[in-house]
Structures are given as structure tokens and as C-alpha cells.
Design a protein. Sequence first.
Lengths: 363, 308
Amino acid sequence: MATVTYKAASRIYPGSDKPAVNKLDLEIADGEFLVLVGPSGCGKSTSLRMLAGLEDVDEGAILIDDRDVSNLPPKARDIAMVFQNYALYPHMTVYENMAFALKLRKTPKAEIDARVKEAAELLQLEDYLKRKPKALSGGQRQRVAMGRAIVRQPQVFLMDEPLSNLDAKLRVQTRSQIASLQKRLGVTTVYVTHDQVEAMTMGHRVAVMLDGLLQQVDTPRALYETPKNVFVAGFMGSPAMNIKTVPLTDTGAKFGDTLIPLTREQVAAAGEGGQKSVTVGVRPEHCTIADTGIAVEVELVEELGSDAYVYGFAELGNGNGAERFVVRAQGGEIPRLGEIVHIKPQVGKEHIFHAESGERIAV
Amino acid sequence: MTTATVTTDQPEPKAEKGPGRAGRAKKRLTGRTASLIALVIALLWTTPTFGLLLSSFRPEGEIKTNGWWNFFTDPAFTFDNYTQVLLSDTSSGRLGSYFFSSLVITIPAVLFPVAFASFAAYALSWIRFKGRDTLFVLIFALQVVPLQMALVPLLQMFQAWFGFEDEQKFIQIWFAHTCFALPFAVFLLHNFMSELPGDVIEAARVDGANHGTIFRKIVLPLVTPALASLTIFQFLWVWNDLLVALVFGNGKETAPMTVRLAELAGSRGEEWQRLTAGAFISIVVPLIVFLALQRYFVRGLLAGSVKG
């Protein structure tokens, strides 16, 4: 059990001016499940590999339980890692794969046996212990990779997109298994993914990264309700939030003919630096189809059974022409293609950002 | 993100349905006609060896007057050639001692380069150090130096620094063979080792393995096909070598079978019928080595390791 601290940790690849990870400050509590999420190339995997000892820490430091591990080799850090493509040892059986690390540490044979059996039971791998990886299915291989980490009883689990090679159904199933397993074992876990749904459903806290910079780290609900900037707002949530830059008036944001009212403080903050427009985010699920409101021409309807997502174009009067707009419609009120519907954002559920800096403007 | 440029030796895609180029090529290469052609080529290729085998059992007079195919119409069978080769007590002794010398030369001259090349190839593919790629290119480039160019300088070096005598000259032969084999061996093994999935090596590092353990427990088992082919290749080369053994050896004490075979024909080649039997005796050992190692030519060793 351990805490993990990134102290202004940077990784600058040789031959590149721009850091892959730029002064990352992050504290992960004991037993916490922290998810690092972001688009590809944002530095989330690099951050994880720095913690694993597979990448150098060029500046700053990384601490595990207040012990500076920045310059220690992987084996001295007491961490276990699950790789994106499992990285099993192909010439060893499942049992040998799981026992490998313990054998290297000269653990007594009886204990190795007990621990491997226990992990195999936990992961329902008992029947496969004598098989080689090539005789396993994708999901089983993934579980062996998990098992290899579990038997180590490490201080920290590191997982680098462990679900990305599974099919959709298995992914959802394994997702909840990993989350409950982590809860049971209570081991501090750092989990990297590019899938915001995984991040939201699994993490106690989620750290959103972009271009090597940490954007926001908070609980999934807080990220959903109060995204710190336009990027986080657009990244978290599916389908993505409608983020539009529209003209700013004295009393609110002008969506075509519809006005989204803002407080005087908000208008003042949005107008900072002589801004004449404001960025407003509205989640598809926070819109209702009404008789009046923003006019949207329906282009596509995604029927999900319980409800449907309506994709269309709206003229917002900001000089950008017709812009895409997504709305969630209840089961009964699904519009037809080509129809024009009117949309009302729910009051108080909109997100206001400064048009230039993209920073959130609080209510 | 970790770039997963990995070649998994997955089992081949089952019966390609589409008329893709690969699919068509595969069909053509596994069809009945193709098999027939392959069979014919194999038969043609074996004919000379078969002729040699027949000749080795024919009497001297027959060998020297007509071709081996006359065996079928006019069979004459004798073990004379074999007895002469194996048992004749010439001044240079029996074949047995040459056979022994051959083994003494060949075994270390195969093990040393394979071992050194494995170490070097591992370092060149999985240990990061400055100038690594340059070093690899330099080693690779050494292959263009013809062996004959190095004979004299190498011999001079041994003379000046060591002055080996008699049986000690085996050391010279081992050393020379090792030197001449290393560039290609390093190149071959490096190609195999650097193709191993990086994630597996990293997983082993996280599991607490150091370079020595990774080399022994992960890398070596996964490149056994390459090790086996290199071993066979080097074994054949050294076993059949005459030049290096003559130049670096010390006459009778270190002379391998090839030297004896050359002598067997007589100083003017008048006894060349003996070569037929001699050749067959010398083929036996490489054949055993090949058959023993061919079971390591396994496909799909990496299957199941990573999902590429």
C-alpha cells in the first residue's frame, strides 16, 4: 500500500524541444484508483512509464510512499504493470508467466504456488495454468497479464490501456471486474486509457491530460459537472458537449434568436480583454425539444431504444454558418430526418467559458 | 503511446478467400502442379549425391571406366573403398585421428561464435548506449572483408605474440574461425532479437529481471530457431573447411578430415575412387547435427505473446 506523488515531473525526449510530459504535479492517495485519460499523444502513457521506470524522469521527481524513485530501476520500485498488448512470455505456461517475478525474487516454492493458485482462482484461470499463451483467448490472456501483476502483491498497479484489445462486450465486462478487483485488493492503481467512458466508470479520480499538460484532476462527477476548460468539457461525456462560440450581449449569450441568460459577473468575466463573444457548452442530455428555441435541422438520429440522439445543424448567428448540434430526445418525441426542431437548453446546466482562454467562468 | 511494431508469428490466416495476391500466390505454391515440380527438382538435386553413394560401393576398375548408372545393368558390389579409407595404414595415420581432430576443431569453433554473437546481438538490440548503431554497422560491414585477406596478418600476430606450438595451434584455428564467423552471426542474431516485442522485454524488467536474466530466460528461448540455423550453418562451414585448418594448423597434429580427404586421392589424384567413400563418411556428422537441430525450427514461437 502506498501513495504516489509526481513532483513537477517532466520527460523531454532527446531531439525534441517540447516535453512529452510537462511538469506533472499529481498526488495519488493510498488505495486510490486514478485514471489518466486524454487523446493519443497527450503524455498519459509516458507518465505511467515514468512511474514504472521505463522512461527517464528528466526534471522533477516521482515519489512512491515518500521515497524518491526517479532514478531507481523498475525492479527496485515494487510496482507491477499490465501492458496494452499483454506482453506475456510466449514460451512459458500460464503458471510460469505468473510465477516469473516471484522466482526472480527467490520466493519459497510453496509460497509461489499458493499465490499463483490464489490469483488464478480470483481470475478464473485455474483450468489454464498449464497452457501456453497461444492457446488462450484474448480475454484469458488479458487475465493472465492481470494475474502476473496480482501475484507480485506490489505497492502500485500500473495499467496501460489493458482493455483496448478486447472486443466491446468483453471490455465492458472486464471493466467492472478490474474495478471490483481493485476495490478488493485495495492496491493503489494508476490506469491509463484514451476512452473517457472507461475513465468515468472506473476511476475514483480522473486526471485529464492534453499535450503533456495536466488539465484537471477530480472525481468523475466533478469533471462532468464543472469541467475546468473547454478541452475537458468536450472530452468528458458521450456524445460530446455542444460547445459553441456565440455573440455576447449585456444579459447573456445569443444563440441565434435564443438568449441564454448570464449573471452580470459572468458577462463581465466573459468580456474580459474586450471579448465580444463567449463560449457556451450545453450537454446533449441537458437540452429539451420544445416549441420555441434554437432551430435545428435534423440530419441523423441515433436510436438507442430508451432514448435517441438527434444530430442536426443550427444557425447560431456567429458568422460560422450552420454548426453541428446534438440533442438527446426522449423515447416519445423522436423527430424525422430533415425536420426542424426547436431546442431549449435547461437553465442552469450550461457551461460558460472565456472565448479566448477557454477557461471556465463560474456562476 | 508505445508503438507496438511487433511481428507476431501468428498462424497463417486460414484459407484466404479473397482473390488477393498473397492468396493466389499461396494457392499456386501449394497446388498439385507446384508440389510435383518441387518433387522433380528435389529428385534432380539428389541425383549426384545418389550417384556418389552408388560409386562408393563399386570396385575401383568400374568407377574409373564407366559411370555410376552402369551399376543397374551390371551390378558389382564391394566395400574396398571404405576399408581403404577407414583402415589403410599410410604414413599419415588412420582416418580416426583426423575425425577426432575435426571434432576438436569444430565444436569450439561453433560454440564460441554462437555464444559471443548472442551476447553482442543482445547488447546491440536491447541495451541503449552511445554509438550503438554505428557499432552495429561497423560489425556488419566487416562481412565484406574476404577471409583470405586476413590470413597473413592474423598468422603474423599469432607468431609474434604467442608462438603456439604443436597442439596449441588448435587455439589459432578456433580463434580464426570465431573471428571470421562473428560478423555474419551478430548480424543474423541481431535481426532476430531486435524483432522481439519490446513490451515483453519491458514486462520482464518490471518483473524484476536484469539484463542477464532477460537474456537467458526470455531472449534466448525465443530465438532458438535462429540459434539452430546459425549453429548448423557454422558447423557445416567449419567441418568442410580446409583453408583455415591448413594455414593455422600444425600439420598432422591438428589436421581435420578435409586434409586427410585431400590426401586420400594420392599426390597426383590417381586414387580418386577413394574420395567417394571418404565423402560419405564425412557427411555423417553434419547429417546428425542437422537432424538433431532441425526440431528447433519451430514456427510461431511468439504466438500469443502480444496482440499486434
